[in-house]
Ligand binder design. Sequence first.
Ligand code: PAF
Length: 275
Amino acid sequence: MQVITSISALRAALAGRRVAFVPTMGSLHAGHISLMEAARRHPAADTVVASIFVNRLQFGPNEDFDRYPRSLEADCAKLAAAGVDFVFAPDEAELYPEPQAYKVEPPAMGNEIEGEFRPGFFRGVCTVVLKLFNIVQPKVALFGKKDYQQLAIVHGMVRQLALPIEIVGVDTLRADDGLALSSRNLYLSPAERIEATQLHQSLCALRDAIGAGQRNFAELERSAAAALDARGWKTDYFAIRRRVDLQVPQGADDALVILAASRLGTTRLIDNLEV
Ligand code: PAF
């Protein structure tokens, strides 16, 4: 495995290859590794490239850009063991040599659900992802379903901008107690780590309520948030949406997903569950 930090060296190394690409911000866990394994297995690709770059553009002024965990050496060891061929690990001066004034503006959906609580987040994500796509020129790119809305928005960007890239969503990996694996789980204290499973439990309870025929979605969302907040969480949202476009469900036949974000202490956790 080769670790490459410059755009020109990466372009030279990837010439003529059919790349499956996994963009990450590092601090890798088993969920990321399952993305690398899915990339390795993808029939359209002969080369797996992962990027590691903590993208300032997608963090708000009061968010955790500075304390976001960085562990390049350990990450590279995990990527080598997972059979990744190239790691692209640029510094900020390489990826943003001048202030990134040209940005990708996502549609209205980018200001809803997660976007309502993280203004500019999806603009930052789309901008860096498009830039990475232009550099890596992959045939396939893989994203975790844990960031369900991110996956949907990247999918829409690729479709509307006619990029010749297949976007693949990979299922969320969970700890034994159901907590979705996330780099931000590292922020949790031991007591918070035990409590953190409640987010997944709440999603399961909502899924079961919908399965049992309850259709007052606004009330279900409100009561799930209230129940979590009564345990000391600070919930941003529970949102029951159509899987196809993340809009509010209209008909009984809509396939649904429940998305949630809530803060436990200083750690903001997100998760979702397809119904
Ligand atoms: O999901 C992430 O880790 C990031 O949002 C991504 C896609 C690597 C862009 O910075």
